[in-house]
Write a protein that binds this ligand. Structure first.
Ligand SMILES: Nc1ncnc2c1ncn2[C@@H]1O[C@H](COP(=O)(O)OP(=O)(O)OP(=O)(O)O)[C@@H](O)[C@H]1O
Ligand SMILES: [Mg+2]
Length: 224
């Protein structure tokens, strides 16, 4: 089953009088359980593609299908529902809430969903990423790698179909980066979670099910 389908997706940005062509007709199908890597030079359209897949941005033309629903005509409410249900995000800058501890940060998306079992689910999720002992720590009391683990725990806690990660290890040293990548690969294998990851990390590239390269807003090559 395809969890994501992009058909001829075109995206422009207006910069004053200048019209920047960020995506020039992207076709992409991602199957459930894939670990897909998006790579390409700065400005090639990786983040734009990820944002469109995640329903954070809509294309100017083309079709976007997420978990079986065409989202082109969704309103903001429907889009945010779709995101909450199906998508987990892991960002480069972590985006944790500084005044909340690790447990509370991971509980947050569950509480937005009105789930009653948020505490239990958040604990499970933090255990999965190896942070059982650090649940009460606030982000400023954790290392970069630990913070990124919290962000991963928060990304998976709602049991989304798709995890989107935009350069999730860009701010980490090489040893920690490798550990974070291992963790994501393990979650992909063990839980059949679909990952779409923007990265240039060599190790994970060799383990991914597919690497798609963008060049100047187009898919340059797509290797298995
Ligand atoms: N909000 C915006 N306003 C105007 N132009 C934008 C905006 N976001 C992206 N762009 C432009 O769209 C193109 C694609 O940007 P995108 O952020 O997708 O690239 P990227 O591949 O993620 O690059 P990087 O590796 O630097 O993160 C670039 O030319 C960029 O300048
Ligand atoms: Mg980017």
């Amino acid at each position: 089953m395809n969890v994501v389908e992009l058909r001829n997706v075109v995206k422009y940005y207006q910069l004053g009088k200048l019209k920047v062509s960020a995506l020039k007709g992207i076709d992409l199908e991602v199957q459930q359980g894939e670990f897909l890597i998006l790579k390409g030079q700065s400005g090639s359209g990786k983040s734009t593609t990820l944002n469109i897949i995640g329903g954070m941005d809509l294309p100017d033309s083309g079709e976007v299908t997420l978990a079986g629903s065409n989202i082109n005509d969704f309103n903001d409410y429907q889009l945010s529902n779709m995101r909450r249900k199906h998508i987990g995000f892991i960002f480069q800058s972590f985006n944790l809430i500084p005044v909340l501890n690790a447990l509370e940060n991971v509980e947050y998306p569950l509480r937005l969903q009105g789930r009653k079992d948020y505490r239990e689910k958040a604990r499970d999720s933090l255990e999965k990423v190896g942070l059982k002992e650090f649940m009460k720590h606030r982000p400023n009391e954790l290392s970069g790698g630990q913070i990124q683990r919290v962000a991963i725990a928060r990304g998976i806690v709602t049991q989304p179909d798709i995890i989107l990660a935009d350069e999730p290890t860009a701010n980490l040293d090489s040893k920690t980066s490798r550990q974070i990548m291992e963790l994501m690969l393990e979650l992909n294998r063990e839980q059949n979670l679909t990952f779409i990851v923007v990265t240039h990390h060599d190790y994970v590239m060799s383990k991914a099910s597919r690497v798609v390269e963008l060049q100047d807003g187009e898919i340059y090559k797509s290797a298995a």
